[in-house]
Each structure stands twice: as structure tokens, then as C-alpha cells.
Design a protein around this ligand. Sequence first.
Ligand code: FAD
Length: 307
Amino acid sequence: MQVPAPFQYQRATSVEHALTLLAQLGAGGADVRILAGGHSLLPMMKLRLAAPDHLIDIDDLAGELGYVIETRGGERGTSEIRIGAMTRHRELLESPLLARWAPIFTDAERVIADPIVRNRGTIGGALCQADPSEDLSAVCAAVGAQLVIRGAGGAGGSTSERIVDMDEFHRGPYRTCVAEDEMLIEIRIPAAPRTGSAYEKVDRRAGDWAVAAAGTSLSLDRDGVVEAVGIGLAAVGGGVSCPRAQASLVGGAPTEEAIDRAAAIAAEQETDPVTDQRGSAEYKRHVAGVLVTRALRRALARAEVAV
Ligand SMILES: Cc1cc2nc3c(=O)[nH]c(=O)nc-3n(C[C@H](O)[C@H](O)[C@H](O)COP(=O)(O)OP(=O)(O)OC[C@H]3O[C@@H](n4cnc5c(N)ncnc54)[C@H](O)[C@@H]3O)c2cc1C
């Protein structure tokens, strides 16, 4: 099937307008969807895996919600990087702020799709699609991202806002905690000192979805002890983060043995891969472990030279 089912189409002129349309059009139980870059939703509509009654196109919000900025005074007195939900893959790839503070984004964007997809696809669309093989969910889990979600349901017709982490946001394949009358607005990540991050992916050909992928972020204290660590996996089932593997590293020296142990915990206890055309479950689990090891080593090397 190459032709979507019939739908109504509206263009939002502001975030408030989009939220109002979501609330009004969805009030009678209609399926109303945000259209961002369209690189996941439109293929699903053409395959009739999705048949929304209404599309609210937010492409005109690229000015309002397309940014990567640094703000001072985040949690723990450090800086914070804020990424608008309409920021395109290409903008993430080319961001000097992310290259400096969270090079895991640069690593990941180099291996996401191709320039055509990267020119249109957005971080908000990628996270809200919650495809189990999607790379930016693993990236955001690894860096401890906070996600700002806004809805039209505030008192007196005002908007309401809540902030969640990736474990709460990501509810499983194609499911997030964003309600039907809400939008993802912004992604916030800590810009912590002595921190390094990295992304590793195995795919069958350039720009393809992952066979397995791993993202890591590692912060050291002044004595070189691991202060905080994040590990996110893509395409291998399980949760979006790896709490047991992370806990095994915190408070100790980041030795080769500790890294190998954490990778083994992640692969053996925190994945649940399926056998499909991309490989057997056993192969994917093995690859996940290897990629966690490589990503942790690279994150550590970056943390050791970070200010
Ligand atoms: C050929 C091809 C190869 C690809 N390869 C990869 C890859 O290797 N790795 C990878 O990670 N991705 C890959 N992708 C997916 C790509 O990254 C998409 O751009 C991304 O998944 C969706 O972003 P979008 O802006 O196009 O979202 P859309 O398709 O517009 O929307 C996706 C979903 O998110 C919802 N949504 C969008 N924005 C918001 C918002 N702000 N608030 C609430 N809901 C929202 C929509 O309603 C929809 O349900 C590929 C896509 C294609 C077509």
C-alpha cells in the first residue's frame, strides 16, 4: 500500500496553536497526530500502519523549537544544553556545543540514515516515534536527558508542563508517556565537567537501522573515580537504559576489568533481543556487549581530557 488513508491537514503557527488544535480536534476521540519531519509518520501512513484523522504540521515551528543552546545554572551549578524538539538531525550533527559537551550526539548523527533524512527528521520526532532501533533514544538515555512535555490542560485554558527522564518517557516500542493532547518541547542535558560520551553502532550497510548500538556517558571526580555513568542501548530489546551495568561502575576506578564487567551485565541482564533479518538474538546480544565496551572506553578517554 503506497497511498495514505484520507486525513485532514492543518498547519500550526505556534506551540500554543498546535496544543489548542490537539485539544480541540482530539476532543471527540479522533486520532490527531503531530507531523514534524514526517520521515517516520509518512512511511507508516503509506503502509497503513497509521491512519490518523488529522495531521497537525509543525514544520513552521522550526524557528521556535529549532535550537541548541547552552544555559548557565543547571542542576549541580553546571551548564545545561537545551535542544528544541524541532531541531533537525543535521543541526545536531553540526552543533559545536554538542561536539564539545556531548560528542555522543555527533557520533550518533554520523550513522543515522542519510543526508535527505537528516535534513528533515527532528529529535522530537525521533524520540516520540520510539522505534526500538532508534538511535537518539539510546543517546538521550546515556546522557541523562530531561524531556520537557507541554499540554493544553492547564487551569483556565493555560498550558501545563512536566519534565521526565528517559526511563519514564520511553514506555517500550512505539510508546511514550506523551499524552494525545501533549507535545514534546525540549530536551535538556547536563554539561558536566570531566565528562565524556560516545556512541557505537553496527549496521548492515551505511545509514541503515542498527543491528545493535550502544551509547555511554561517563563522569569522573577529581581523583579519577567514576562519579556518574549512563548506558543506553538500541535495537536489542530491554529498557532504554542499563541501571545494573551503570551501578556496577559508579564509585570505582574505570579499569578495563570494570568496563568489561559492566558490558557483560548490560549484554546478559539488560537486553532482550529477537532473531530477525538483522541477525540472531545471540549475535545481537554479543554485539551489544562489544559495543558497550568500546563506547565506555571512548567515553573514558574523552572524560580524561575534558575540563
Ligand atoms: C530511510 C530512513 C532511514 C532511517 N534511518 C534511521 C537510523 O539509522 N537511525 C534512526 O534513529 N532513525 C532513522 N530513521 C528515522 C529518522 O530519524 C526520523 O527522522 C525520525 O525517526 C522521526 O523524526 P521526524 O521529525 O521525521 O518525525 P515524524 O515522522 O514527523 O513523527 C514521528 C512521530 O512522532 C510524533 N511527533 C513528532 N514530533 C513530536 C513532538 N514534538 N511532540 C509529540 N509528538 C511528536 C508524530 O506524531 C509521530 O507519531 C530513518 C528514517 C528513514 C526514512
